[in-house]
Ligand binder design. Structure first.
Ligand SMILES: [Mg+2]
Length: 200
């Protein structure tokens, strides 16, 4: 089964965050400025600003404005037509569950399974909906696409899963597990997938 993250893998989330934070607080950042996965750090927000941002960004209105990332939908469609099983596994908070499903439907993003996994131990998670991180040990993942360095390392180091890590300013780092390949586009993701010889 193929594990595919949602934010900044299928959805252009960070570009949307940049617009929201400018609009709400007048804080201006470029994409390259977002060098920490911790958005409070990357945007220099106070805790209060961050809390407000976190609520706004998970509202249905904002989620529905996200654009799909070029090549993502086409690749998932191709994989599924080849008989691969695609699981969208997001760390988004559980309040965004329904809006996320609606967003995926709006863009006709193809997938077999969808679930929220508490990847980052977020207190906002409803544990009756989100699965714990350990859940990933119970499913058979052949390949993963992520933008989080923490999750890429977890998948490669703990689960031995080959990962295509979409290169972003917030996931820089050296001496990666050889199972992790840094890629730029979904075209590169497809190439790594083929080179790894993933079968269904
Ligand atoms: Mg992500």
């Amino acid at each position: 089964m193929i594990y595919v993250d949602c934010d900044d893998v299928i959805a252009e989330s960070t570009s949307a965050y940049i617009d929201i934070i400018d609009r709400e607080f007048g804080i201006k950042r470029t994409f390259e400025d977002i060098s920490s996965f911790d958005l409070k750090v990357s945007f220099g927000m106070t805790q209060e600003q961050f809390n407000h941002f976190f609520e706004v960004v998970h509202s249905r209105e904002e989620i529905m404005k996200f654009k799909p990332i070029e090549g993502a939908i086409e690749t998932l469609t191709e994989w599924m037509s080849q008989g691969h099983e695609v699981s969208i596994i997001t760390g988004r908070i559980t309040d965004a569950y329904t809006s996320t499903l609606d967003w995926l439907a709006m863009y006709k993003v193809p997938y077999n399974h969808f679930c929220i996994v508490d990847k980052y131990s977020r207190p906002e998670m409803d544990r009756s909906i989100a699965k714990p991180l350990e859940f990933l040990h119970s499913i058979d993942i052949d390949f993963a696409v992520e933008d989080s360095l923490t999750m890429a390392k977890y998948l490669a180091d703990k689960l031995g899963v080959p990962v295509a890590l979409i290169d972003r300013p917030w996931n820089q780092g050296n001496s990666l597990n050889p199972l992790i390949t840094r890629v730029t586009t979904w075209g590169d993701v497809k190439q790594v997938f083929t080179e790894r010889g993933i079968r269904n």
